[in-house]
Design a protein around this ligand. Sequence first.
Ligand SMILES: [Mn+2]
Length: 396
Amino acid sequence: MRAHSTLLPFLASSVLASLALARVPTDPWLSEFGGTPDLSFSGITTFAHLPHSRCLDRPDTPFDVAILGVPFDTAVSYRPGARFGPNGLRSGSRRQRPERGYSSVLGINPYMTGLNILDCGDVPVNPFDTPTAIKQINAAYRSMLNHPVASEEKMKELNMQKGLDGEYHPRIISLGGDHTIVLPILDAVHDTYGPVSVIHFDAHIDTWNPNRYYGSVSVQAGVNHGTFFWHAYEQGFIKHNASIHAGIRTKFSGPVDLTDDVTAGFDLVHTMDIDEHGVEWIAEKIKARVGDGPVVISLDVDVMDPAYVPATGTPESGGWTTRELRWILYNLMGLNIVACDVVELSPAYDTNAEISAIAAADIVYDFLAMLAIGVKGQDPASASASASGGHTADEL
Ligand SMILES: [Mn+2]
């Protein structure tokens, strides 16, 4: 009896509530809660809750900046798993949202400056046939570059580099994937802009000559995440003596590796230079090296210390903190960026707290900020001249 006495009022109120709902039969969610934005923990996981389109199947889809996952990891020398990097980066980006994207350091919300930013999903690369996968990445990137930009006016306002065809092409931020993906990407970027400078953040040089790289038992085996920049140099994708590594601290087979690196056209900043010279010195050295021409920024998350980013394929101790790296990036705002990537995130080695994925996703945020801030301090006419003239493969 006591149970009834407590239950009856509840039942009565439930019935009344049902009746109240019955009097609003149409769309109670929309009428009371419609338009509620997704929270950081709700919704389908796209990068930073951006709108998603399968752009590769919809060639007419316009965008100014695209996030493109490249889940490829069949050319790694140590720990595999970077095929889950795009998924990890999207998960690590969940607390980024366009309506909550303002940086008090940079004074900008890169999601809300008028650039149309889309998450275009992933390139569905073949996991069994590496040459075909590389071909797929190249085809996908070329197709993406040929999508129409959403706002030519905005591109012009930001002083963005035009392609060799005199047209604006969208910017693509690639989410790796192991670092090999950058070879087919540079191939496509070179066709659009001519030879480019590369700013390469990494613990490793990745310019190893395949003839001296262990495991290169065949032509195909010689194309991997430690040799791709050598191939890019040989193919003429990279502007000679205008590229630079930052954060190098791996061990080498000997001085010959560094001789090969100079041959491939790179200068380098050691990890420990930060203690002797500081962040601004590093940024100035990078800017002086790449100049005003088109630049690709390629960032291996192992440039950060494994204490901050354990989830990577070839970790090296003694790296930069997340804050040091991001401070360097803040000092590089205004460069003539035509493509960027964040690679080698291998989420299986992350902590449950996703420390690596969150750091990697914030690097993508910084790249978006670079693009949203635009190109500063140069004459666009001279930039396109340096992109199209003077530096051909024949001069390498
Ligand atoms: Mn590396």
